[in-house]
Design a protein around this ligand. Sequence first.
Ligand code: G3P
Length: 217
Amino acid sequence: MKFFVDTADTAEIKSLASSGLLDGVTTNPSLVAKTGKKFTEIIREICAIVAGPVSAEVAATDYDGMMREAYVLREIAKNVTIKVPLTPDGLRACNRLTGDGTMVNVTLCFSAAQALLAAKAGASFVSPFVGRLDDVGESGMALIADIMQIYNAYHFKTEVLVASVRSPMHVVEAAKLGAHVATLPPPVLRSLFNHPLTDKGLAAFLADWGKTGQTIA
Ligand code: G3P
């Protein structure tokens, strides 16, 4: 499973990239707004930090506007992935862009039928939002299971990018279903490292090592 980080905060991205565990980055207009910085500059900075796919979302909602913005964004760096909404115009733009060899992430996916359309439009990634489905009393993970079943049945190349991830359990459940990518807010990515028995065990080992009076040299 690939790990992307879901943020536009370049300091966070730098810090997480140094772990060697980061395969890509996703941003969205809400995350960009939080930074107060110029969108194209943020994408340029992120692409210089991370070699993997960096999702940059169009703001237009009509086909021509999306294409105009996509052409600007994809000039920034080779690893820019154009993010389009799961709408008729978004999927038309997806079809056109992937035909040109541009990576496309189809976002705001909330049903298996929508995911099927994204795959047929040739998307590189589809982003089902699991947390937002859980928030309204539906099951985000049931959607991932349905999409994986459909994509596997037809050998679609589109990668399932699990988004709106809120907890380590979301990550583990998505991995058990074979989802290709999870995009994680930085706190969730950091929380994957944590277990109280790891901390307790390490403290005990260090205390016992201290008693030996030895150094490793
Ligand atoms: O970037 C898309 C998605 O991950 C947003 O998540 O937490 O705003 O539902 P959230």
